[in-house]
Write a protein that binds this ligand. Sequence first.
Ligand SMILES: [Zn+2]
Length: 337
Amino acid sequence: MAATQQAKTRVFSDVDFERKGKQATVLRVPQSRNDSGWGVVQIPITVIKNGKGKTVLLTGGVHGDEYESQIAIAELARNLDPADVQGRLIIIPALHFPAAMNGTRLSPIDNKDLNRCFPGRPEGTFADVLAHYVSAVLLPLTDVNIDLHSGGRAMDFVPSTTAHVLDDKAKMAESTAIARAFGAPYHVVIKEVDAGYTFMTTCERNGVTAISSELGGANRVSIPGLKATRRGIMNSLKHLDLLKGKLDTDGPKTRIVTVPDYGCYAFAPVAGLFEAYHPLGARVRKGDAAGALHFIDDPRRKPEIIAYGYSGEVWCTRGQGPVVAGDPVAVLVADQR
Ligand SMILES: [Zn+2]
């Protein structure tokens, strides 16, 4: 590893980002424990470099309970022949590795959401140190970040790519073109809630073209979600000229949609067991009942009906039955105006 990288980060590795061919190794993130002061958490990383072309950072498992990307990205790392690549691929199937091994959104080490820790800081806890490594070492090497998510335990989504609404229209056109190649049913462009400390915002601040996704959820491996993920990764890499070959266009045409305002979020006002009334993708109208909250602890109490605050299509619904007050139970998307 180059001395400059050691000076920039607490994470160390024998990976050489300039070496031609394929390297499958680990990032070592220091994690001092009672029984191992010099202990590290080892995060698998594969780097494939050949010829000339863009550098794509492909990441999954930023949230540990989002599985489709972890499977598809690990598969790609295993199967890709360097001779078929033009450019450089930095592949990390399970970036927030302790969360992925625990099957949870947050890591059991510090109870943090990695996607709220960017750009990170070297003196912080595990997630901060990891986010800092990505920001300080990986992003300066990167032209495009494809960071794939799903709904986790919380939500279940129509397979979708996502990107932020940007002032830089040229950058936005780049992410939209990748999304069209990816080929999920929806590409959702949003002004995200609480986006300041996310991976995507840090990419944007560093001039890295960024695209993300919601490819299933409900704490399982979604069949349509995994299919869309596998196809989407290959199509994106072909679009970016890292791989040769024709795009697989044997799917629905991607529709560009958005979440126009907070009325698109239906929240549970109190705790209960949520019954959704509509399947994913259904067209609904403002004022329609989104579902019912059931109170199993008091059978005499009538269910509370939650209404949609907007007219659109059901992008996602609650991924598991129980909710507490303030949990979103459904989110709608609508065509751009
Ligand atoms: Zn996620």
